[in-house]
Design a binder for this molecule. Structure first.
Ligand code: ASP
Length: 426
């Protein structure tokens, strides 16, 4: 039986694990135990172990892949052309995602039931202290701080504290100056970093063998805690976010694949399945990065030169699902508080969602901080975040999958615009 399971393709294994996890989580809840050990603690342990293994890969993977990528791009002129296209893609798709969310939330109005703002109806969940600590006192200054961290005073500190933008910036510079070396020094540097990257990709493949187990544990843990009941009062909000994410994921992204990248969108969805399921289970674009790179490079056939530049950058700054979610959540909370949603307010929400989605880290629940910044910008108290906490975890899984997918589409689009031909050839 186990042999038959492991001989299936990885994405099937993960999918089966995911379905089993829903049942396991519902059956066990948080309390069921065997010989005094609760199932929940087993899920928690196994899931954390898997997440740790993925996170362990990130720093060396980001550094080596960006350096190799920049070495491949070569001249400063090529780099600024590629960088320009990439940033343009990120800005346009995040904006499209936000507008999709804005239109749909204006149609469904999840914060208003029978003409009444629902704040009183559903009551505010108590905001746990951990969340309050995270979001307290956040404001526009925090967006500036994100840009300050791009140039880290201490590269080791940045790496240790998950400040990926700083790490990316350093690696970009390092890679660029490697291209200035000549002769033996240049050769040593090039083969060294290429070898590090190769080793990291092998390690990724190895860790991914455990993905079905990790995914099972992570999803069972979420289901055990949330159950199904929490969704009922927030059903309209939940479905609004899901609908908007689906429109972006299925319509906008496939139009871009079809008409800008000129590839068969269906093939791309297929090759990305394992990465999408991992993003869904881990709720972390950063933790999924190793697998995103593997799928885009080895299955979609995008060159290492493009993936190693666009994907680490995308995992940190390009978050379409997050931007969309921030907008819908802020609109929902504003509606629930009965705030008059003038055009200026809506414009502020769009703008701040766009800016903060760049700074949001690719880790679980990172959007909550960004949402509290938006609430501050439109004059609402941060307790508003309490309204969405019950369903945030599951929506996090979905938006992270959209974030990762958009990064992968970026790589395909940029590679095609750079003239690469052997992409998604069936
Ligand atoms: N969990 C998301 C990610 O890693 C970020 C967020 O929206 O909270 O992409």
């Amino acid at each position: 039986m186990l042999k038959a399971f492991t001989s299936l393709q990885l994405h099937w294994q993960i999918l089966i694990a995911l379905v089993l996890a829903v049942f396991a989580g519902l059956l066990s809840g948080v309390d069921a135990a065997l010989f005094g050990v609760s199932f929940y603690s087993v899920y928690d342990f196994t899931g954390t172990l898997f997440l740790n293994a993925l996170k362990m890969l990130i720093v060396p993977l980001i550094i080596s892949s960006i350096i190799v990528g920049i070495m491949g791009i070569g001249s400063g002129e090529n780099l600024s052309r590629l960088g320009g296209k990439t940033l343009l893609y990120y800005a346009v798709t995040s904006f499209l995602a936000i507008v999709t969310g804005l239109v749909i939330v204006n149609l469904t109005m999840p914060g208003i039931i029978d003409g009444q703002p629902i704040k009183e109806l559903i009551g505010l969940a108590d905001v746990p202290q951990a969340v309050t600590d995270k979001v307290e006192g956040k404001g526009a200054g925090d967006i500036v701080a994100v840009f300050l961290r791009m140039v880290p005073p201490n590269i080791v500190f940045a790496a240790a504290n998950g400040q990926m933008l700083g790490l990316i910036f350093f690696s970009l510079l390092f890679g660029f100056f490697v291209t200035k070396l000549t002769g033996r020094e240049a050769d040593v540097m090039k083969s060294f970093w290429q070898a590090v990257l190769d080793v990291m990709m092998h390690m990724t493949n190895w860790v991914m063998k455990f993905a079905p187990l990790g995914v099972f544990a992570l999803v069972a843990k979420v289901v055990a805690v949330s159950g199904i009941d929490v969704f009922i009062p927030l059903a309209v909000f939940f479905l609004t976010v899901v609908a908007a994410l689906l429109v972006h994921f299925l319509v906008t992204m496939s139009l871009i694949l079809r008409f800008v990248a000129k590839v068969n969108p269906w093939l791309h969805y297929r090759v990305m399945t394992s990465a999408l399921l991992t993003a869904f289970s881990t709720s972390s674009s950063s933790a999924t990065l190793p697998l995103t790179m593997e799928c885009v490079e080895h299955k979609a056939g995008v060159s290492n030169r493009v993936t190693s530049f666009t994907l680490p950058l995308g995992a940190t700054v390009n978050m379409d699902g997050t931007a969309l979610y921030e907008c819908v959540a802020a609109m929902f909370i504003a509606q629930a508080y009965g705030l008059d949603l003038t055009l200026t307010t809506q414009f502020t929400i769009v703008l701040v969602a766009l800016l903060t989605s760049i700074g949001v880290a690719g880790i679980p629940s990172a959007s909550l901080v960004a949402i509290s910044i938006i609430l501050g910008a439109i004059g609402l108290p941060l307790e508003g975040v309490g309204l969405i906490l019950a369903v945030d975890r599951v929506l996090d899984m979905l938006r992270t999958a959209v974030n990762v997918f958009s990064d992968s589409v970026a790589a395909v689009v940029i590679a095609r615009l750079e003239g690469e031909k052997d992409i998604l050839q069936g």
